[in-house]
Design a protein around this ligand. Structure first.
Ligand code: FPP
Length: 230
């Protein structure tokens, strides 16, 4: 069953370069694609859709590009509110959003609260200032602060760790798709993707299509998932 789909949206910059446009043009088109794919997933019965929008490593990009992405995010959170409400989508962010501006944090929290109150369909999870290693580090800090089994460290269970992650209560990733031709996970949902089926495509994110995703879903259902068993 495909409950949780994760997407690494890669290739915006190259898509723009191929068209002799600045990289930010690719991000703008990428945001449009994000909405199209989200709406399709909400209709197709997927319960959780996770998207890698900004990683803990993306701060290394030129200041102007980072600023553009932050502004794009701010506009996106306002503009797409109607999409979320119309398509019954719950919005959730993962990652350390305390590093984002106060204004962005407020927009994120307001959209989370409003969609949680009014919607009960698919949950769209936007990874913002997210890195799986950082998420694990923050989870361990939480566990240590919470005093989980301080005298019996060996009693710490995998379940305890899962519950301390940003994705607590969200099922593990079933299918992970990366566009843009690279074949790596780039610090995205490493714990949650332990048994995810991986799909890589050369297609650059703004050119990715519902049809290509549908074809991958067909293949996903044909794969035999044994989870280490026989
Ligand atoms: C990777 O492409 C993409 C990103 C780092 C940003 C993802 C952002 C979007 C899809 C736009 C929507 C975003 C928000 C904030 C709503 P790249 O720039 O690494 O492309 P390249 O590998 O071709 O250089």
């Amino acid at each position: 069953m495909l409950r949780h789909l994760a997407l690494i949206m890669d290739g915006n910059g190259r898509w723009a370069k191929q068209r002799l446009k600045p990289r930010i043009f690719g991000h703008k088109e990428g945001a449009k694609k994000l909405r199209e794919i989200t709406e399709f997933c909400a209709k197709s019965g997927i319960q959780y859709l996770s998207l890698y929008a900004f990683s803990t490593e993306n701060w290394k990009r030129p200041k102007a590009e980072v600023e553009y992405l932050m502004n794009l995010l701010g506009e996106y959170l306002i503009r797409e509110k109607t999409t979320y409400l119309r398509s019954n989508i719950i919005f959730k962010s993962i990652g350390d959003i305390s590093a984002l501006s106060e204004e962005l944090q407020q927009k994120i929290q307001s959209l989370e609260a409003q969609t949680q109150e009014q919607c009960n369909g698919m949950t769209q999870i936007l990874a913002l200032n997210y890195g799986a290693k950082d998420e694990l580090r923050r989870a361990f800090v939480r566990l240590m602060e919470g005093g989980i089994a301080p005298n019996e460290p060996n009693q710490l269970s995998e379940q305890d760790i899962s519950c301390a992650l940003d994705t607590s209560k969200i099922p593990e990733v079933d299918m992970l798709v990366r566009t843009g031709g690279e074949m790596r996970l780039s610090n995205f949902l490493l714990w949650q993707s332990a048994y995810a089926e991986l799909f890589f495509t050369q297609t650059l994110w703004p050119s990715f299509s519902v049809e290509e995703l549908e074809a991958m879903m067909v293949e996903f259902h044909q794969r035999e998932r044994r989870f280490g068993g026989l």
